[in-house]
Design a protein. Structure first.
Length: 254
């Protein structure tokens, strides 16, 4: 089986593939101080719950937005899985042209998502990833990765609001009951969720103008299902998009 690992700033999402079939996948909080041994123990325990072990994993690939954790995952694979884990980055074969001023600046997760949407749609597609940051990644009519946009994630904005507003409470993210909030908590939820949905739609419409036509749009990331129902431009949510992209990159780099 193939182990695919997406290390985000907030959560780590990983799964096991047998061929093109995703056998199982898990999420846990990203802890920046985790060691290779701690990652190995967590992986072992989760595999064991499904009747698998380290010996079932014949290959692995990782995409990390947390620089200090990438070497720990690589060391974990070397020590416990007995093979070299591939880390997505400069030199990774993507199967598409990268039209970016400095390709080394592209976050590994953004590159993985671009590979996934190109495989799915062929060309002219946008991925919106709702994570710690909200990212927009664009594949052109020619099937090239041409860049995108990046904005503050919804959770960061919510935290900043309560930290900088002395009288504003901390609020858990939840669907707003109405645009007009009858109390402070409902008012914050309304402003944050509807505000983000409107911002997402505004950026996508500007992307259409630059591209000269509308595109397929797909969302992923832990907070996608909270915001997407209030957008007008996003057609679909795929929670497994990044894992799919990692599987595709593994196939292109073996």
């Amino acid at each position: 089986m193939l182990l695919v690992v997406d290390v985000g700033n907030t959560q780590t999402h990983f799964g096991a593939y047998r061929g093109e079939e995703l056998i199982e996948h898990w999420r846990f909080a990203t802890v920046r101080s985790s060691t290779a041994d701690e990652l190995g123990a967590a992986l072992h325990n989760l595999l064991e719950l499904r009747g698998y072990g380290f010996s079932d994993l014949g290959a692995s690939i990782v995409s990390s937005t947390v620089p200090q954790l990438e070497p720990e995952w690589l060391a974990m694979a070397s020590r416990y899985l007995g093979h070299e884990m591939h880390a997505v980055g400069p030199g990774t074969k993507t199967g598409m042209a990268i039209r970016y001023d400095n390709p080394r600046e592209i976050g590994a997760d953004r590159l993985v998502n671009a590979v996934a949407i190109r495989e799915r749609f062929g060309n002219l597609a946008v991925c919106v990833d709702f994570g710690t940051a909200t990212t927009f990644d664009v594949v052109s009519r020619d099937g090239d990765y041409v860049g995108g946009a990046l904005m503050t994630g919804i959770e960061i904005s919510l935290e900043a609001l309560s930290e900088r507003g002395a009288r504003l409470p901390k609020v858990d993210l939840a669907p707003p009951r109405s645009v007009i909030g009858k109390n402070t908590i409902d008012a914050i939820r309304s402003g944050v969720v509807f505000g983000y949905a409107g911002a997402i739609d505004a950026i996508l419409r500007r992307l259409y103008v630059e591209l000269g036509e509308r595109t397929a749009v797909i969302a992923t990331g832990g907070l996608a299902r909270l915001v997407v129902p209030y957008t007008e431009e996003i057609e679909e949510v795929d929670d497994l998009l990044t894992l799919t992209g990692l599987r595709l990159l593994h196939e292109r780099n073996i």
